[in-house]
Design a protein around this ligand. Structure first.
Ligand SMILES: [Mn+2]
Length: 340
């Protein structure tokens, strides 16, 4: 585990009583799994630990252990602010700059007392944290939390609850153990998590087999809207706000849709454009196979970033203008896409 001042962190943790744990806005399986696992671990260490999420998250994550103790900032900002100003230590998990936690950034910056601890696997992290465990070779923040607990000498504290949370995030961030970031170490960690009580079959079912009918109908629309550009080995999907509304859209309903394009033979670059009338933006997700870096692509053109093979971005243009912009940019990457 790469952290320079781990001894100092151990001392700071021993002294800290009130600890706050923060995932990024729109938390996913890895964000909720890692924060709730760390929460369980710190509670075992007799700390007052609280997970504060910037906003709400999908219902397929709400069965996770200690979910009921989560404070959602957008619903409960007074309580969240109080917890932050009383914190002795603030963990930020699964993101690399404070802007990623939306409106929660403001009370975090206003707090001057607590040191930050970053545990994260995204590229090019900001340096707001006193204690930084940043490693972009890691498949998930959940695997990092496992190594963190290991480094603390506390693997014997691994409960079924911690194991369940960590398994969930590793599974969701690796596409069920198939992405390139999945290593033999990842599998050794997973083996230990199953030994510690994580029920792999049940976790998979709770995440992936809890679809609603309207979500599957929306997937049908996404499939119908899929466009292919074999000359660029690229595919994209678009979903308008109306299409979302017509299918009773709930947070998380479009999760995984971007991967549909990548499942087509010879396609290595997949994009989804999702209209968000509320925020007046088009939200974009990018996925790739091989060496084509969607992190770089998103950073260069769509105010985003992430990992080499999975990134996000946004556009202030409308849907057709955004797609037009994308199609104008694409030819610049032709050689890279064909060589990848
Ligand atoms: Mn992650």
């Amino acid at each position: 585990m790469k952290m320079k001042n781990i001894t100092e962190l151990k001392a700071a943790m021993a002294l800290a009583q009130n600890i706050v744990i923060i995932p990024h806005k729109n938390p996913d399986g890895d964000a909720m799994g890692s924060t709730l696992a760390l929460h369980s671990y710190l509670v075992k260490k007799q700390k007052n630990a609280t997970v504060i999420t910037p906003n709400d998250y999908p219902s397929f994550l709400k069965w996770l252990p200690y979910n009921d103790d989560v404070v959602v900032y957008e619903n409960n900002n007074q309580q969240a602010k109080k917890l932050i100003s009383n914190a002795d230590l603030i963990f930020t998990l699964d993101f690399n700059h404070l802007g990623r936690c939306g409106d929660l950034q403001e009370p975090l910056i206003a707090n001057t007392k607590a040191d930050f601890v970053m545990i994260d696997h995204h590229q090019q992290p900001d340096d707001y944290a006193t204690y930084m465990y940043s490693d972009s070779s890691m498949c998930s923040t959940c695997e990092m939390v496992y190594h963190f607990i290991e480094q603390m000498g506390d693997l014997e504290l691994l409960t079924k609850e911690i194991a369940t949370c960590l398994y969930t995030g590793i599974m969701t961030d690796t596409g069920s153990f198939r992405y390139r970031s999945t290593t033999s170490t990842t599998h050794r960690v997973i083996a230990h998590l199953i030994d510690a009580g994580a029920n792999n079959t049940q976790i998979h079912e709770q995440i992936y087999d809890t679809n609603t009918f309207s979500k599957l109908q929306l997937k049908g629309v996404a499939l119908k809207n899929l466009r292919l550009f074999p000359e660029y080995r690229t595919a994209y999907i678009s979903l308008s706000q109306k299409e979302l509304n017509d299918h009773n859209f709930k947070k998380g309903d479009t999760e995984g849709f971007v991967n549909i394009g990548l499942s087509i033979d010879n396609i290595i670059f997949a994009v989804i454009f999702i209209e968000n009338e509320n925020e007046e933006i088009i939200k974009m997700s990018f996925r790739s196979k091989g060496d084509f870096s969607v992190n770089q692509f998103a950073r260069n053109h769509f105010e985003g970033g992430g990992h080499d093979n999975a990134a996000g971005g946004k556009s202030d243009l409308n849907m057709s203008e955004t797609i037009e912009k994308f199609m104008t940019i694409l030819p610049q990457y032709k050689k890279e896409l064909l060589d990848s």
